[in-house]
Write a protein that binds this ligand. Structure first.
Ligand code: SAH
Length: 264
């Protein structure tokens, strides 16, 4: 028996957003080590032959440390099993997938990676926000908000323009907002926070840079959430009442951009 490991990107949480390769890997899995953010509810059907192991954080339980996950993957593969590591989003976007691949390689265990739909793009999309839009933004930057950004990073990001996407950014939102403003990003820049994207209880909160911390506090924004900073937020169209004013301005802005381009 030849054991192996497949790292599978599970997308933002809706099983419909798994790739065909992901579904195939799960179908042949003997054991699945899954994260809380991966689409785990459907696993019993998708991986009928597999032991299902939750290695993510649950209330009252600690997450398995990264080294423990890597040791488990290697152990299962060495025992001749096909171990699938199902991760939220894409394994290589702020997901420590690279570390797990290295651990397998070091142990001489065959390992393959199935890319996934990253929440960095798909969660804003669920709120109707395109990260790029002709005439509005032609670039986006994805950063981790796990730790506060440095002054240098804030300065560069404030000057870069385009769209800023922050993952794991709920806890550091006040530092992000004040830091970007301190380095010259205009206070009227729109910001969206999309919680639990592609889940039935998805919620979007929109305000400008000057007001986003208060707005997030009022509604009690919680992780997991994606923060989007930039003019593309004006294109949001998920019908949230809280976003109505911004939506109206968005329409005007998009129209103005189209008119300017037509006139140019
Ligand atoms: N590898 C993952 C990201 C892991 S970091 C990917 O490519 O998507 C975890 C962060 O991703 C969360 O803190 C949150 O910012 C974001 N995230 C993942 N799924 C999400 C979802 N369904 N809704 C909102 N944010 C999500």
């Amino acid at each position: 028996m030849s054991g192996r490991v497949t790292l599978v990107g599970g997308g933002p949480g809706d099983a419909d957003l798994l790739t065909i390769a992901a579904v195939r890997a799960l179908a042949t899995a003997d054991v699945v080590l899954y994260d809380r953010l991966a689409p785990h509810e459907a696993l019993a059907d998708l991986a009928p032959g597999a032991d299902l192991v939750d290695v993510g954080k649950r209330p009252g339980h600690h997450a398995l440390p990264q080294s423990g996950i890597e040791a488990l993957l290697v152990e299962h593969a060495r025992a001749g099993r096909h171990a699938v590591r199902l991760k939220g989003g894409d394994p290589y976007v702020l997901g420590r997938g690279g570390e797990e691949v290295l651990a397998c390689r070091r142990a001489g265990v065959p390992v393959a990676v199935v890319p996934g739909i990253t929440s960095a793009i798909a969660v804003p999309a669920a709120a109707g926000i395109p990260l790029t839009h002709r005439g509005v933004s032609h670039l986006f930057t994805v950063v981790s908000g796990h730790a506060p950004l440095t002054e240098d990073e804030l300065r560069h990001l404030a000057q870069l323009g385009g769209t800023l996407v922050v993952l794991m950014g709920v806890g550091t939102l006040p530092m992000l907002a004040s830091g970007l403003a301190r380095h010259g990003l205009v206070p009227s820049t729109p910001v969206a926070i999309i919680e639990r994207g592609h889940r039935p209880d998805q919620r979007t909160t929109i305000a400008d840079l000057g007001g986003i911390v208060t707005a997030a506090g009022v509604v009690g924004v919680a992780s997991p959430a994606v923060v989007v900073v930039g003019e593309v937020v004006r294109l949001a169209h998920d019908g949230d009442r809280s976003a109505a004013g911004t939506m109206a301005r968005a329409a005007a802005l998009a129209e103005a951009a189209v008119l300017a381009e037509a006139g140019a």
